[in-house]
Ligand binder design. Structure first.
Ligand code: ATP
Length: 370
């Protein structure tokens, strides 16, 4: 299910060959990217890859050294931060402690040129949107962490920005509240139709909330795509490894026609059979990436699968709904296989030291050049 329908989308933000240098250091390197209207877009990458710099350029707190950023087709370079239809949601501790929820939300509106008569209506609308009506008269310390987060969101959306920037907005929340708040963010984004750009280094968060994800490394975009395509068809081992759990097997490719390849990868092991969209030449070094849940585990060798290897169970991680097995092959390669713990479908379970077969189809993984 891919709710994001690209052909219908209209760009709100366009980075055009943007480079940002700090002295000698290049933080953003000739980057081009469109972010669409009504989109929930995530910038994902390790610390120092340039995510915050991208946000600061959108907010107007940094200017590109080269290139342009357009908003609705207009270059935003000459527009100062407070004149941009852009707002930033801060973590909840940025609320004013001495003001009520109502006054926190009204704060920015009172300082704008919005007529007083309109402010009350707008605040009411925001209270309703974030389900904070009952708490309007309370101070931040009299409400829960999740409610404070919603006040911060209401305050950021009060002036109806075209673009809302969220820099690690949920970092201070515990795991459970974080997950709940992610769903609230998605719901509110959908209802307001505001474009949201979130920065996170939490890949699960990006997968949950975003219509599209940009995976960054060293000031470059490595892959920009829907969560589903990033997960199913990563363009590099960097992306495969960054998003979710993966097995990566290095080998040598041999084209077998019509996108089929065999991959030699270890002494004494049969070559892998892979159907792949990546074009590789005979003898090219390559990487086969396969998610643990695509690797089946069985006691007997399956007759109908083109790839089957035998090994011994080293470790089992039981997580309730799923179990992950670490299986060591002769020669020392370890492969992770994951199974659903559903009594209706799993016929048996395995234990340490069991000798098992791991198998997968030709289309279960992807072949990558780097
Ligand atoms: P994190 O997840 O840790 O916040 P990030 O991906 O947001 O990291 P940025 O804050 O965008 O990374 O920084 C990108 C790079 O640019 C880093 O190497 C950082 O040290 C450098 N950098 C950022 N701002 C400045 C500055 N004002 N002067 C010099 N270097 C800077």
């Amino acid at each position: 299910f891919e709710p994001w329908n690209e052909p219908a989308a209209k760009p709100l933000i366009q980075f055009q060959n943007v480079t940002k240098r700090f002295g000698e250091f290049t933080a953003i390197d000739n980057l081009s990217l469109d972010i669409y209207e009504r989109e929930f877009f995530a910038l994902l990458g390790p610390s120092g890859c340039g995510k915050t710099t991208m946000m600061r350029m959108l907010g107007g707190f940094e200017t590109p050294t080269e290139g342009k950023i357009l908003l609705g087709g207009q270059d935003i370079a000459p527009v100062p931060p407070n004149k941009r239809p852009v707002n930033m949601m801060f973590q909840s501790y940025a609320l004013f402690p001495h003001l009520t929820v109502y006054d926190n939300i009204a704060f920015g509106l009172k300082r704008s040129d919005m007529p007083k008569s309109e402010i009350a209506g707008r605040v009411e609308e925001m209270l309703k949107l974030t389900r904070l009506g009952k708490f309007a008269g309370r101070k931040p310390h009299q409400i829960s962490g999740g409610q404070r987060q919603r006040v911060a969101l209401a305050r950021a959306l009060a002036k109806a920005p075209k673009l809302l920037l969220l820099d690690e907005p949920l970092g201070a929340l515990d795991k459970k509240l974080r997950t709940e708040t992610q769903f609230e963010l998605m719901d509110i984004q959908e209802r307001t139709g505001t474009t949201f750009v979130i920065v996170t280094h939490d890949q699960e968060e990006a997968m949950t909330v975003a219509s599209r994800i940009a995976v960054m490394n060293d000031g470059l975009l490595v892959q920009v795509d829907t969560p589903g395509r990033i997960y199913e068809t990563p363009n590099s081992t960097y992306v495969a490894d960054f998003i979710g759990d993966v097995n990566i097997i290095e080998g040598t490719a041999q084209p077998a026609g019509e996108g089929a390849y065999t991959v030699a990868w270890a002494e004494g092991q049969p070559a892998l059979s892979v159907q792949s969209a990546t074009e590789l030449g005979a003898g090219d070094r390559c990487f086969f990436a396969i998610r643990p849940e695509k690797v089946a585990i069985s006691a007997e060798k399956p007759a109908d699968r083109p790839n089957a290897v035998q090994g011994k169970i080293l470790d089992i991680a039981y997580l309730g709904n799923i179990s992950t097995y670490h299986v060591e092959l002769p020669g020392g390669v370890i492969i992770k296989a994951q199974t659903a713990n559903d009594r209706r479908i799993s016929r048996r379970s395995f234990t340490w030291e069991d000798s098992v077969w791991l198998s997968w189809t030709a289309t279960a993984g992807v072949l990558l050049a780097n």
